[in-house]
Design a protein around this ligand. Sequence first.
Ligand code: FJE
Ligand code: FE
Length: 298
Amino acid sequence: MPEREVVQKPRLVVRKFLARPQHEGVGAVVRRSIGRFELKYFDPFLVLDEFSVSAPAGFPDHPHRGFETVTYMLQGAVTHEDFEGHKGTIGAGDIQWMTAGRGIVHSEMPAAQGTQKGLQLWINLSSKHKMTEPKYQEMLSKDIAEAAKDGVKVRVIAGEALGTKSPIYTRTPTMYLDFTLKSGAILQQPIQISWNAFVYVLEGEGIFGSPKSLPVTAHHLLLLGSGDGLEAWNKSSKPLRFILIGGEPLGEPITQYGPFVMNTQEEIDQTIDDFDNCVNGFEKARHWSSGDALSLDF
Ligand code: FJE
Ligand code: FE
């Protein structure tokens, strides 16, 4: 009996976006793919930014409520500091999984000379988790599980790949995998059938979904259609690196005002009120500032 394939109904690429650079924060540049006008929301994902920032630019004091931010560093380092005194620096390969929940006010600033690069993903929280206590999960590069087989290497940030599991707890069920395929390598990666999933290409060129499709290069976002997994090929002579992210859609109404994402307009009005008055989770914003010279109007 032949071995059963891990992917029986491969997902095809249904939409493709090139993320062009735009200005965000103070003097920072992001290539935004999810969260821009043409793709406001890909349930449960609100924003995907490939950011690039050099001192003195950055993302000075700003609030969040109702979702999670996941920062994955690719180059350099970023220091974050919040209104509870939680402070730290994440460097290349490290991850910070921040559940803003009912409220975080923080700054995210370059920590080194040169250009700091990374990805920041905003994952929506379901109505029952929006007002949860803020929480951080941080993993250093050396602690991120890696697996390799037949020219495919994966760093498992969330979820499971090649028999390796991540310890990250996801309130909105999410997979986050960083794949590198050597020249000639082929990938088959299962994805929950009911989840939304996309690929973001970081380096090299890859063929996704069908072996007959055209190669895709860096800074492209590919939305995947229905199916039980992803098939990808590196038919080029150079390494291919891409991120595969999937998540269970919440199927809830969303109302967004900048860094506040709730279900209804009333909840947004309440959030603006809470923030202005430093109550309901924003208490510590009253006497706090990171000390960054820059300031951000969100
Ligand atoms: C934010 C504008 C912003 N993408 N990528 C408005 F820029 C931000 C923000 C970020 C951000 C931070 C990092 Cl470290 C990386 C990012 C947007 O901080 F939250 C609002 N509201
Ligand atoms: Fe932030």
